[in-house]
Design a protein around this ligand. Structure first.
Ligand SMILES: [Zn+2]
Length: 96
C-alpha cells in the first residue's frame, strides 16, 4: 500500500483550551479557537488521524481509514483565520 500524505497536527492547536471554553456555543465551531464558523467558511476543515497527532491529505482519506481505523478521527471544522496555518493541499471541505 502506498504512503498516506500527512503532516504534524501540532501546526494548529486542535481542541485547545479556547475551544473547550466555548463548548456552550451552538453550531459548527472552529476546532482551534472555538468560534462559531460562519457561512463564509464554507465548511473548511482538516481530516485528523493517528489519534489526533496527524492531519491527513484529503485524497488519502480512504487509504488512511483502512491503514489505521482506530486512530482515525475524521473531519473537524477549522475557521477561516485558523485554517491559514494549514497548507492548502491539506485543507478540505466536509464531504470532499
Ligand atoms: Zn479558529
Amino acid at each position: 500500500m502506498d504512503q498516506v500524505r500527512k503532516i504534524e497536527a501540532s501546526i494548529i492547536d486542535l481542541w485547545s483550551e479556547k475551544y473547550r471554553a466555548k463548548e456552550h456555543l451552538e453550531g459548527e465551531r472552529c476546532t482551534v479557537c472555538g468560534k462559531v464558523t460562519s457561512q463564509q467558511n464554507k465548511g473548511l476543515g482538516v481530516i485528523v488521524g493517528d489519534g489526533g497527532y496527524k492531519i491527513i491529505h484529503p485524497k488519502d482519506n480512504e487509504k488512511e481509514i483502512k491503514r489505521d481505523p482506530a486512530g482515525y478521527m475524521g473531519w473537524w471544522a477549522v475557521g477561516s483565520e485558523c485554517i491559514k496555518k494549514v497548507p492548502k493541499e491539506f485543507q478540505t471541505r466536509l464531504g470532499k
